[in-house]
Design a protein around this ligand. Structure first.
Ligand code: ATP
Length: 214
């Protein structure tokens, strides 16, 4: 039987327990051999002041260190431009065996925006999509996704077969944490202890990240 690989993309600015618990719980639920967190590149002018792609990557690296099967995959940051998810899927797929199962994890909010993604109709040729339910979002799927959901939803996520092509909804311990909230707290000098791993917190403080400009 092939391997089961999960991909979880995000800006991770910074990575927090909402990302990490979700990743770990899905990895356990689906018995992933690997779950790779994939920090995304952004145009340089959109980087939060002081927080480079390198810092975001390093924080994810620290967060997953010694937590198998979580890993970090830096391929999107190695490109000199932001990459489309489809490019990342193509690139990862080219390194896998034909019977390896690839799962793309997306939060509910990201999933609702799927029809705006580059070549979104082709995504399921490369992977299955697992939609993480987020506590602060309970709206209906947009009209443009109804047909796709009707055709591709797996009633039982555990029964997903084949290398790609299905969509399933997965539940995780609800943690209404966001990176925005964490950046805001830090800028206001409040503690974010227990919202990010201690190793990430130490990195933030050591590098003076997310402080309000003086
Ligand atoms: P920001 O507040 O800067 O928008 P974020 O906390 O939403 O950031 P991202 O890096 O944009 O984090 O998110 C990456 C992925 O993680 C997205 O698919 C998002 O839906 C999901 N995600 C983020 N926070 C949570 C959470 N608390 N619980 C479950 N999923 C989450």
């Amino acid at each position: 039987m092939g391997k089961r690989i999960g991909l979880f993309g995000g800006t991770f600015d910074p990575v927090h327990i909402g990302h990490l618990r979700g990743a770990l719980e899905v990895a356990e639920q689906f018995a992933f051999d690997e779950l790779r967190l994939v920090p995304s590149a952004r145009p340089p002018h959109r980087d939060t002041p002081q927080v480079s792609a390198k810092d975001r990557l390093e924080m994810v690296r620290l967060a997953v260190e010694g937590v198998p099967p979580l890993l970090v995959d830096d391929r999107e940051l190695k490109r000199d431009r932001p990459s489309w998810t489809i490019d990342t899927l193509e690139s990862v797929r080219s390194e896998l065996a034909a019977d390896d199962q690839l799962f793309l994890l997306v939060g509910w909010d990201a999933f609702c925006g799927l029809p705006t993604w580059h070549r979104w109709n082709e995504l399921l040729e490369y992977c299955h999509i697992l939609v993480l339910q987020r506590p602060d979002a309970d709206s209906e799927a947009p009209e443009a996704l109804r047909d796709l959901l009707a055709a591709r939803s797996a009633a039982d996520p555990q029964s997903i077969q084949g290398a790609s092509g299905q969509i399933a909804f997965v539940w995780q311990t609800p943690l209404a944490v966001s990176a925005t909230q964490i950046r805001q707290s830090l800028a206001e000098g409040r503690s974010v202890r227990f919202l990010v791993p201690d190793s990430v917190l130490a990195y933030i403080h050591a590098h003076g990240l997310y402080r309000a400009p003086n």
